[in-house]
Design a protein around this ligand. Structure first.
Ligand code: AVJ
Length: 322
């Protein structure tokens, strides 16, 4: 028998409190910014799934190619009884790992962790039908929060796929990796997917697609703030911007105000003014090099044991141990 449990790691209103705190901090800062995790309500998660199917957005396909080639090797190297996936979304590519770990006969439990309850619910129900015998213990939570999963049988494989590590600023990455490292027991392993530095045109196109899906995804954060905090953003008054920051080696997404506007956010008792052309950062998506990642892992006490890329050298998958 398969079982599916969905547990909220935080009190129900902690997410609401975090959104309020983030929006207040980001929209009163100069320059203004918003953290990318608030893209992912049900609509935002759907839009991201649509992004992964766009011709310009190569990371998902490149990572899938690596997983297809290496899943059996990963299963053999880790012998994982529990797969914990941070930022699991639709758990689509995860099936390659689940298949390999089940074929190796070691896997008992899959623990997806995501901020999107809708995505977890959908993924969990689908997995339940597809994998008889698998126990799915889903956690609604922020991967930057408490990573300890009590009672999860070892060895555990912690997977952080899709390149989401790149959404963290370097200092946040260091904290995140150290926190993951602190939660690993001997025999556990960490699998991270990272998009790699490449030519600017390819990178920018991936974040500014011709069909405009990424633009919709970017503006979705305004819809989220309108709904959750009673704000009156007019998403049509903002333009989607994607640019390559070659010093920091990250893609930056911004929303640029088309006109002077004052946005009211009643739940925060706040009014925010945008000048025409003013840009607000909504996401960074850092791109990596093998050596740089190895150093970041090492600084967190992690030892990179395997490094795989797709045949096009666009995306990297690393397996590390404590
Ligand atoms: C899901 C965080 C990996 O940074 O490429 C896609 C999100 N943003 N298009 C990324 C995203 C714009 C994506 N991650």
């Amino acid at each position: 028998m398969s079982t599916f449990t969905l547990t909220r790691r935080l009190p129900a209103d902690a997410t609401a409190d975090a959104l309020r705190a983030d929006v207040r901090e980001g929209l009163t800062a100069d320059p203004k910014w918003l953290p990318p995790k608030w893209f992912y309500d049900a609509r935002g998660s759907e839009l991201f799934e649509e992004i992964t199917r766009l011709p310009e957005y190569y990371p998902t396909r490149a990572e899938r190619e690596i997983l297809q080639a290496r899943a059996a090797e990963i299963a053999a190297a880790t012998g994982a009884a529990t797969l914990i996936e941070l930022g699991s979304g639709s758990s689509d590519k995860t099936r390659l790992l689940l298949d390999a770990l089940l074929a190796a006969g070691t896997l008992k439990t899959y623990t997806p962790v995501d901020v999107s309850e809708a995505a977890l619910q959908q993924a969990g129900e689908a997995l339940l039908k597809e994998y008889p015998g698998l126990r799915v213990d889903a956690l609604i939570g922020d991967f930057l929060g408490d990573l300890r999963v009590p009672g999860a049988e070892g060895p555990r494989l912690v997977a952080f796929l899709g390149g989401t590590l790149g959404n963290l600023l370097p200092a946040e990455r260091a904290r995140f990796l150290a926190a993951v490292r602190a939660g690993l027991a001997p025999g556990d392993a960490l699998l991270i997917g990272t998009d790699l530095v490449k030519d600017e045109a390819t990178l920018v196109a991936a974040y500014d697609d011709a069909a405009g899906v990424t633009a919709e995804f970017n503006k979705n954060v305004l819809h989220v703030i309108n709904r959750e905090l009673g704000a009156d953003f007019d998403p049509g008054e903002f333009d989607h911007i994607a640019l390559w920051d070659r010093q920091n080696e990250w893609i930056e997404m911004r929303l640029r105000a088309r006109s002077h506007q004052t946005v009211k956010i009643p739940e925060l008792d706040l009014a925010v003014t945008f000048e025409p052309g003013e840009e607000m950062r909504t996401e960074i998506s850092a791109k990596f090099r093998e050596e740089g990642l190895r150093e970041e892992l090492e600084a967190a006490g992690l030892d990179l044991r395997h490094w795989w890329t797709d045949t096009g050298g666009r995306f990297g998958l690393s397996l590390s141990v404590a």
